[in-house]
Design a protein around this ligand. Structure first.
Ligand code: FES
Length: 154
């Protein structure tokens, strides 16, 4: 079941487009913003509100890699693994993050603090290697910077 706050935000999005169905991705983002991830129950609630099938909502949810269909940590680390970053030290960063957090890609640290995910080019290849934590972009990242970087996220 959607909360009143979620319904209000989704209804605002619906008011901006000709068809309710056109707001699926926005509805998913709104619900994920409030709940952290998209459960089967959330898919069904969104589908009911938009008057479409849960399968239609799920197909959108599973298409976008930043819509999470299983629980994630409080902070999401997106490590760029595209060519420029790969050449400029992605492997060192990945190994260091694996060791510091004891997780690999697709996993969440035992304290539920971080989920580590690979990501395609972040659009700053001239400052590779790069990563994003939540909404913060870090460029020219070195292994030595990682501790200070991670300490910013409780
Ligand atoms: S390849 Fe990493 S930012 Fe472009």
């Amino acid at each position: 079941m959607l909360t009143a706050t979620e319904i209000q935000a989704i209804d605002h999005e619906i008011s901006l487009v000709p068809y309710k169905k056109a707001t699926v991705i926005e509805a998913l983002k709104i619900v994920q913003e409030h709940r952290g991830w998209i459960s089967d129950e959330s898919v069904e609630a969104i589908a009911a509100h938009l008057e479409i099938s849960p399968a239609e909502v799920d197909s959108v949810a599973t298409f976008y890699n930043l819509i999470f269909r299983k629980p994630v940590g409080r902070h999401i680390i997106l490590l760029c693994d595209s060519i420029s970053c790969y050449i400029m030290g992605y492997g060192l960063l990945y190994n260091a993050l694996q060791n510091k957090l004891s997780i690999g890609f697709g996993q969440t640290s035992s304290d539920n603090r971080f989920t580590l995910l690979p990501n395609v080019c972040l659009g700053c290849c001239d400052h590779a290697p790069a990563l994003i934590i939540d909404k913060d972009l870090y460029r020219d990242v070195t292994v030595e910077q990682l501790d200070d970087m991670l300490n910013k996220y409780a």
